[in-house]
Design a protein around this ligand. Structure first.
Ligand code: PEP
Length: 244
């Protein structure tokens, strides 16, 4: 399976940026990875048109557990699918921290995403205090246990909270150990299908550190925040992914 290089634009991006960004992806996307752009909801429709038939796919940054309803400010999974999204990021630490998202909520959202035909990218990761207390793996195992629905057929993104947007990354040994622990947990939880799911690393991935992070065992791609906003940097990260 090719590595998945996913860009999380967060609450950045205006309409005028879509066409040049999409054109840069069309011109420069390497063939050996799967590229994914997750822009704010307002840009989905414009991106869907700009990326149509090209090398990159489109994703949302969140969805509500219900397929529709009186939920002001939320977005439903079928709406994302209709707008052209193929993936949806769920349980990002910014959503867990800023919107009180629990594992149970993420679990319900993942079920809604799958029901709508979307591929969920479920984020997990420890805080700095949890890592310093030696609890990182236990925390992540707990998040997986309670966030992933039975038969989960999606993507997991390991994003240490303290590495997001800080320029800091875990050591290669720590990424390797955590990805091995996640793989073991997925196998235990999901059986044989847990062996094949992609596990992304996320947290301050940049062109300068992408090659070494993406080459680590059980790293199946990257979830990229800040560096995904510039097509040039995003493409440099994608080019750094190992081949097959
Ligand atoms: C993210 O928000 O998922 C992320 C990894 O951000 P950054 O790359 O900016 O650390």
């Amino acid at each position: 399976m090719p590595q998945l290089i996913a860009g999380n634009w967060k609450m950045f991006g205006r309409l005028a940026e879509v066409a040049p960004y999409a054109a840069a992806l069309r011109a420069g996307a390497p063939a050996h990875v799967e590229l994914l752009v997750c822009p704010p909801f307002t840009l989905l429709d414009r991106f869907a048109a700009a990326l149509a038939g090209g090398p990159a796919r489109l994703g949302g940054q969140d969805c509500h557990p219900a397929p529709e309803g009186p939920h002001t400010g939320d977005i439903a999974a079928p709406m994302l699918a209709e707008a052209g999204a193929r993936y949806v990021i769920l349980g990002h630490s910014e959503r867990r921290a800023n919107h009180g998202e629990t594992n149970a909520i993420v679990h319900a959202k993942a079920q809604a995403a799958i029901a709508a035909g979307l591929i969920p990218i479920v984020c997990v990761g420890e805080t700095e205090d949890e890592r310093e207390a030696g609890e990182a793996e236990a925390v992540v195992r707990g998040q997986l246990m309670h966030s992933l629905p039975p038969g989960f057929a999606g993507v997991v993104a390991y994003e240490p909270v303290w590495a997001i947007g800080t320029g800091r990354t875990p050591t290669e040994a720590d990424v390797t150990a955590m990805h091995a622990a996640i793989r073991a947990a997925l196998r235990a939880q999901l059986g044989a299908s847990g062996a094949g799911l992609r596990i992304l690393y996320g947290g301050s991935v940049k062109p300068g550190n992408a090659a070494s992070l993406l080459a680590l065992p059980e790293v199946g791609g990257a979830l990229v925040g800040g560096a995904s906003l510039k097509a040039e940097d995003f493409l440099a990260i994608a080019r750094a992914a190992p081949r097959g």
